[in-house]
Design a protein around this ligand. Structure first.
Ligand code: SAM
Length: 328
């Protein structure tokens, strides 16, 4: 037992209560942190500001039997900064071993251990390890719970000023330009506010691709170093944020929040249900109307009609269909 209060076993020994160490004031109920035994507990850790750590997180770090930590050194560093002792066994639990380790950890849960899962920062499972043990716990019928807290997704969304009633979390965009564009094209009809994680190294390229995919005028926010001393939120249109990224490159960790499509944009961007022959007809009309070479018209028409998976219709097939239509 650490110095956070007194510990009692309750309700058939399935929960440990850590009571408030402050002198008890009769006018308020006695506060207690419940440490559920025989349970997996996913706990969020601060994303920058250590004071965002909850009392529950501190008690869990101190009293869990086993802590599965993405980076064990970071766990000890956090515990030091929070002024709590790690009394349980600590194991490294990261992207590369989480599937292999899940069952061993759950065997301990089965015999009554409290297994705490923490990542380097924020909520486990959100672009961090944790999902494998949650899935296995569900499959094995073992209890899993959460001590929620900081996560960059919600922090950025709330600060963006964009609609929060419906949003989607998109994680990191693909690294390669072509895959990023394909993915962004699937999001063209997306009406919900979109939240992306991004890195310092790719922000330039990603901003160019957001501009190409969504056009210059969509509203967005770039939120960086959230909860830290140099927290900054840049709000504006995609072109404004892109230009700002070029002239004043943002440092540190960042999240991009992009407004969803308007009704008109969503309708115009609905995945193509046009046949290759329909696209060929559109290309012929476009070439005539705009005085374009047929190959240029085909490229434009294909770009404007992505398939549901974000890839573009096959230009060669459209070209063959154009030749056939012209022969008929
Ligand atoms: N599990 C974490 C969470 O719940 O937010 C996310 C982990 S993910 C590996 C790391 C990414 O989260 C960073 O590249 C950045 O996009 C975002 N992020 C984490 N902390 C942040 C912060 N303080 N400010 C801005 N973005 C942050």
């Amino acid at each position: 037992m650490g110095d956070t209060g007194t510990m009692t076993m309750t309700s058939a020994d399935d929960v440990i209560e850590i009571t408030d160490p402050q002198p008890h004031d009769e006018s308020r109920p006695l506060a207690a942190v419940r440490i559920p035994v025989g349970t997996v507990v996913l706990a969020a850790t601060p994303i920058g500001n250590v004071f965002d750590a909850s009392e529950r997180l501190k008690a869990l770090i101190e009293h869990a039997d086993i802590i599965a930590a993405e980076d064990t050194r970071r766990l000890y560093d956090l515990a030091n900064r929070l002024g709590v002792h790690v009394n349980g066994r600590v194991i490294a639990y990261h992207d590369h071993n989480e599937r292999n380790k899940a069952d061993g950890l759950l065997d301990n849960v089965e015999t009554g251990a409290t297994v705490l899962v923490v990542s380097d920062a924020g909520m486990p499972t959100i672009n961090d390890p944790g999902l494998a043990i949650v899935r296995r716990a569900i499959e094995r019928g073992l209890p899993v719970t959460c001590a929620p807290g900081p996560s960059a997704v919600l922090d950025a969304l709330a600060l963006s000023g964009l609609p929060t009633d419906r949003f989607c979390y998109e994680g990191f965009l693909p690294r390669k330009h072509s895959e990023r564009m394909q993915h962004l094209r699937t999001l063209l009809p997306e009406r919900r506010t979109m939240v992306f994680y991004e890195t310092l190294h790719r922000i330039d390229d990603s901003m160019d691709d957001l501009l190409e995919a969504f056009g210059p005028n969509r509203r967005m926010a770039l939120c960086r170093e959230l909860t830290k001393d140099y927290e900054e939120v840049r709000r504006g249109t995609i072109i404004e944020i892109r230009d700002g990224v070029r002239s004043d490159p943002p440092r540190g960790e960042m999240v991009l929040v992009v407004a969803g499509a308007s009704d008109e944009e969503a309708t115009a961007a609905a995945p193509s249900t046009l046949s290759i022959e329909d696209l060929a007809r559109l290309a012929i009309d476009r070439a005539l109307e705009d005085g374009l070479r047929i190959k240029e018209a085909i490229s434009q028409v294909a770009e404007e009609h992505p398939l549901p998976d974000g890839t573009l219709p096959n230009r060669k097939q459209i070209y063959t269909a154009v030749l056939k239509l012209k022969q008929d």
